[in-house]
Design a protein around this ligand. Structure first.
Ligand SMILES: [Zn+2]
Length: 149
């Protein structure tokens, strides 16, 4: 995980293209975050090119306030459906109840998808939300802007 390797990937991937998340998807994502509060929720966004078209609410098998773990069988089913619809995995989202919208040590350790944007939604007791979006590659975090419509 040298700095040089990271920068090389970054130059290749970002190239000024921003992921577009339409309003129906972003409101579904925020609804999920609020519905599962005070537990962490998790889900996947899929689409083509720079546009997200599908949201998959996933079960957090940890049922925890500080971690999430997707159900592997459910994840397999969703990946299979994405393949059959010719969709690409665009983003992985999860919530941080009463924690900042910034990747935790566990989030960095378990970031297995360099092709995906990691979206973290912070939510507090007043149900106020804040969205952070990142690439996490070789344990290095880069802030990546998304177009949340
Ligand atoms: Zn997290």
């Amino acid at each position: 995980m040298s700095r040089a390797a990271h920068l090389k990937y970054d130059d290749f991937v970002t190239s000024g293209v921003m992921l577009i998340i339409p309003s129906n998807i972003s409101s579904a994502m925020l609804e999920h975050v609020k519905a599962d509060f005070p537990f962490e929720c998790c889900g996947l966004l899929a689409g083509k090119g720079d546009a997200v078209s599908h949201i998959y609410r996933m079960s957090n098998t940890d049922k925890s306030k500080v971690t999430y773990l997707m159900d592997p069988a459910e994840q397999m089913r969703v990946f299979k459906e994405m393949r059959s619809l010719e969709l690409e995995l665009k983003a992985i989202y999860h919530s941080h109840p009463n924690h900042p919208a910034w990747p935790s040590r566990t989030d960095i350790e378990l970031a297995y998808y360099p092709e995906a944007v990691y979206i973290i939604i912070s939510i507090n007791d007043s149900r106020e939300t804040e969205v952070g979006s990142f690439r996490i590659i070789n344990k290095e975090i880069t802030v990546e802007d998304i177009d949340l419509q």
